[in-house]
Write a protein that binds this ligand. Structure first.
Ligand code: FAD
Ligand code: SIN
Length: 521
């Protein structure tokens, strides 16, 4: 099937939905989403969204905290713009129906604090903020007559001049996006979506690693698509590991224990029940994430243990049960009463700071292609993202991208688009055994966890690169012979992301933010 739409959005998390709602009054919007519409990292966000809402805090402090967490390599202009825009975007979320918790007097937002923040400035809905945001945005999008949400539609590749038979390299000037090819996961048909404007909002790539807090659909599809289309990517060496995921080895994704718990007074302890963060940073358990995750990793390696503890008992039973109901119930379901027991934790891949390089308007290096949310790289996070700045970045850049797209979309005609051929699946008949795909994915995830994790070295990166090469060749061979399926596409995308992470990690010859190599100490 062939479709022509004004605005094509790939992804139905906070970034995709926010953009869709803003452009919908001006044209037909199609949102493609590979799972159920509400599935993605957004709905699992716990802590909340950072913004300066009252005079007790200041933009300057939030800017300073973001720059410090980013370890000196954030884009300062982007940081200033994002943080100053935050209150307007928060008010819009409230208008869409997001129910942020209010304080005791119910006349102000109740604010939490997380690692790296010098003030209480995290707006939240109990400990399931993301679920609340996703609910409100999705309901608003479903109500809008111009928005069509198509579930189980897997975007495979963005369409450029390459699909018109032209040679496209990363040096080709004026690469243009005409839309995407997408696999209908129910019929296995590959459709052609032609669009004036395309926005990638495909989220993160946590599944490159064996332990991650991100849902199984976070496979870096948007980044891999732009890589194949020869677009510009940046900062992928900055993979963020959250210090405290619940240690429950059989569970994937790993369940998160929000940093807001440390903001409320929980402390990290070793297996003997002793605090250890004083050895690493004067901010103790509330130091920025890169420092805390490295400290935990080091303590685990020194002791040979595969988890440590978060002790939340000091927070008090009432506050724990009322303020963190999701975590309380989850832990209880596996026999841990957090009001009485310490919580076993270990770090897990959580967020990708790098991605599709975009300018202040959310525009990528490819014309008419925008990116927002976790798949993008705006310059806000630098070497390490400050907690709760991700949801914020997503709404700010969805807004900016929408404003910019609205100023250009009417000049984009479908003339060239209509020359785009349909996907050619000739000669591909083999349906390979699933075990080849699942086993390769596991191998990849283990390689990345062991060699390209929290602590790296030249030798580890070289090993990872060599092993990845073999996996890459085997998988491309499979791809060239097989009918295209979602698992195969995801595997190719994960391999592309792993390759990019390793390549950028090898090129970064200085320890900064989340990139830490023993050879650069
Ligand atoms: P997502 O919400 O991940 O959505 C991606 C969408 O893209 C999905 O709809 C998916 O189906 C779709 N998609 C992907 N690939 C394709 C494809 N090929 N074809 C079609 N559709 C596709 N950040 C904060 O700021 N505060 C927090 O408190 C916080 N807590 C977090 C807790 C957890 C457990 C996790 C995992 C992350 C947390 N983060 C938090 C990070 C934040 O939630 C994410 O960065 C953010 O939600 C990403 O939003 P997004 O719209 O970019 O992507
Ligand atoms: C958390 O709640 O600890 C996650 C916050 C974030 O990822 O920004």
């Amino acid at each position: 099937m062939r479709y022509e739409v004004d605005f094509l959005v790939v992804g139905s998390g906070i970034a995709g939905l926010s953009f869709a709602l803003k452009v919908a009054p001006y044209g037909h919007v199609v949102i493609l989403t590979k799972g159920a519409a509400d599935e993605g990292s957004t709905r699992y966000a716990q802590g909340g969204i950072a913004a300066v809402m009252y005079d007790s805090d200041s933009f300057d402090k939030h800017i300073h905290d973001t720059l410090v967490a980013g370890d000196g390599i954030c884009n300062r202009e982007v940081v200033e713009m994002t943080i100053r825009e935050a209150p307007d975007r928060i008010r819009e979320l409230v208008q869409y129906g997001v129910d942020f918790d209010l304080d005791g007097q119910r006349d102000r937002f109740d604010l939490h604090r997380e690692g790296g923040h010098s003030e209480f400035r995290i707006l939240h809905h109990k400990d399931n903020t993301g679920e609340e945001i996703e609910r409100a945005l999705l309901e608003a999008a479903r109500r809008h007559p111009n928005i069509e949400i198509k579930e189980r539609q897997f975007a495979i590749d963005i369409i450029t001049q390459h699909h018109l038979g032209q040679r496209v390299t990363k040096h080709t000037p004026g690469i243009e996006c005409y839309g995407v090819y997408a696999l209908d996961c129910d019929t296995n048909r590959i459709d052609t979506y032609l669009a004036r404007i395309t926005l990638l909002a495909t989220g993160g790539m946590g599944n490159v690693y064996s332990t991650t807090t991100t849902p199984i659909l976070s496979t870096g599809d948007g980044v891999a698509m732009v890589h194949r289309a020869r677009g510009v990517l940046a900062d992928l060496e900055f993979t963020q590991f959250h210090p405290t995921s619940l240690y429950n080895p059989a569970e994937r994704p790993a369940f998160l224990i929000t940093e807001a718990m440390r903001g409320a007074g929980a402390v990290l302890k070793d297996r003997d029940g002793h605090e250890f963060m004083q050895k690493y940073d004067p901010r103790l358990s509330l130091a920025p994430r890169d420092i805390v995750a490295r400290a935990i990793d080091n303590e685990m390696k020194l002791s040979g243990k595969d988890y440590l503890y978060l002790d939340a008992r000091g927070i008090g039973k009432k506050h724990l049960i009322e303020g963190f109901p999701t975590i309380y119930a989850k832990c209880l379901s596996i026999g841990i009463d957090i009001t009485r027991d310490m919580i076993p934790i270990r770090p897990a891949m959580h967020y990708q700071c790098g991605g599709i390089k975009v300018d202040r308007n959310g525009e990528s290096s490819i014309r008419n292609l925008y990116a927002a949310g976790e798949c993008s790289c705006t310059g806000l996070h630098g070497g390490n993202r400050l907690a709760s700045n991700s949801l914020l970045e997503a709404v700010v850049y969805a807004h900016n991208a929408a404003q910019h797209a609205l100023s250009t979309y009417q000049q984009i005609a479908f003339t060239t688009h209509r020359q785009v051929p349909d996907w050619n699946a000739d000669g591909m008949v083999l349906n390979e055994e699933m075990v080849l795909i699942t086993q390769t994915k596991k191998e990849l995830q283990e390689i990345m966890w062991n060699y390209v994790g929290i602590v790296r070295s030249d030798l580890r990166l070289q090993r990872a690169f060599d092993r990845l090469n073999l996996i890459f060749r085997e998988t491309e061979d499979l791809y060239n012979r097989s009918v295209l399926t979602e698992p195969l596409s995801e595997l190719r995308n994960l391999i592309a992301c792993a390759y990019l992470i390793i390549k950028m990690a090898r090129a970064r010859r200085q320890n900064v933010g989340l990139h830490y190599s023993l050879d650069l100490v």
